[in-house]
Design a protein around this ligand. Structure first.
Ligand code: SAH
Length: 274
C-alpha cells in the first residue's frame, strides 16, 4: 500500500458549481475536445490534485484527464460530473497491484468479492441523478444517500456534486477500507455509515437523491419512503430476463414515475450486515 498519500486536493466541499454549464461547450461534444478547449474552471480549488503522486509510477493527472475525455466522447455531458471525476484520484481507491488499471474504464476488484464501479457507469448514474428536479439552489444535489460505499470512490465523487452525502456499506471490511481511503481527503460533507442500506438511512432523510451501487430484485420501500418530494433514485435492478438495468424513479406530486435505462452489471444488493 502506498501510505504516502498527499493531502487531498483541498477542501472537497469548496468546489463551486460551474458558472457556465453550457452543454455546447467542448466537453459536451462527442468529438475529442482539444486540450486548450477544456475549461474546468470549477476545479480550481483542486489544483493540488494535478501533482503527480509519488511512488506509483503514474502520471496520474494526465491519465485521469485522458479517461475524462473518453467519458465525454462516450456521451457524458454533465461538466460538473466530469469535473468531479477529474479531481478524484481513482488510483487511491484500489490496491497497489491494480493502480496501473485505475484509469481504464473498467470495474476492478476491491476485496470481499466486491468491485469498484466502471467510471462510465459512475458518471452516467450521477449524471442521471442530476437530471432530476432535485437540484438545490446552487446547482448541486442536496442530501444524497449512496447504498454500497465499497472503497469510497463514488462517495468522493458524489461529495463534489452534492451538499451532503450519506454513504452506507454492509461489509465491515469495506466500511473500514473506505474510511481509510477517505480519511486523507478530509471530506467534511461525507458521512460513512456501517449498516444495511436496504433499510435506507433514516437519520439523513429526506434525500434529494438516492443512488445504489448494488442491484436487487426491486427498489426497497425504505428508499421510496426516505426520498424527498421532487427527489430521484438511480439504481440497478434485476429485470425479467435475470439481467440488470438502470432504473430511475422520480417522486412527484402525482406519485412515483419509473423509467428504465441501459443494462448494467452490478454486484447483488444483499440484506443484513457482515
Ligand atoms: N460505490 C462503490 C461500489 C462498491 S460495489 C465504489 O465506488 O467502490 C457495491 C457495494 O454495495 C459493495 O461493497 C457491497 O458490499 C455493497 N452492498 C450490497 N448490499 C448492500 C446493502 N444492503 N447495504 C449497504 N451496502 C450494500
Amino acid at each position: 500500500m502506498n501510505k504516502e498519500r498527499p493531502k487531498f486536493p483541498l477542501q472537497l466541499d469548496s468546489l463551486e458549481p460551474k458558472k457556465n454549464l453550457n452543454p455546447q461547450s467542448a466537453l459536451g461534444k462527442k468529438s475529442l475536445p482539444l486540450k486548450s478547449n477544456l475549461n474546468f474552471s470549477s476545479t480550481k480549488p483542486f489544483k493540488g490534485v494535478f501533482e503527480s503522486p509519488t511512488g506509483v509510477g503514474l502520471d496520474s493527472a494526465a491519465v485521469r484527464e485522458h479517461l475524462i475525455r473518453k467519458l465525454a466522447e462516450q456521451g457524458i455531458e454533465d461538466e460538473l460530473v466530469l469535473s468531479a471525476m477529474l479531481n478524484v484520484e481513482r488510483h487511491k481507491f484500489v490496491d497497489t497491484a491494480l493502480v496501473n488499471q485505475a484509469y481504464e474504464d473498467t470495474s476492478l476488484p476491491i476485496g470481499l468479492g466486491q468491485t469498484i464501479s466502471k467510471p462510465n457507469v459512475v458518471a452516467r448514474m450521477i449524471e442521471l441523478l442530476r437530471r432530476g428536479k432535485n437540484l438545490s439552489i446552487n446547482g448541486k444535489l442536496g442530501r444524497v444517500l449512496e447504498i454500497g460505499t465499497g472503497c469510497g470512490y463514488q462517495a468522493a465523487v458524489l461529495s463534489l456534486v452534492s451538499k451532503e452525502v450519506y454513504s452506507i456499506e454492509r461489509l465491515k471490511g469495506l466500511f473500514e477500507k473506505a474510511k481509510e481511503n477517505l480519511r486523507p481527503l478530509r471530506v467534511p460533507n461525507l458521512h460513512l455509515i456501517f449498516g444495511d442500506g436496504m433499510l435506507g438511512y433514516e437519520s439523513g432523510a429526506p434525500y434529494s437523491a438516492i443512488i445504489a451501487a448494488a442491484g436487487g430484485e426491486s427498489v426497497p420501500q425504505a428508499w421510496l419512503d426516505q426520498l424527498a418530494l421532487g427527489g430521484r433514485i438511480v439504481a440497478p435492478v434485476v429485470t425479467q430476463n435475470k439481467s440488470q438495468a438502470l432504473v430511475v424513479i422520480d417522486k412527484t406530486e402525482a406519485g412515483f414515475v419509473k423509467s428504465f435505462f441501459e443494462p448494467v452489471h452490478f454486484v447483488p444488493l444483499k440484506s443484513g450486515i457482515n
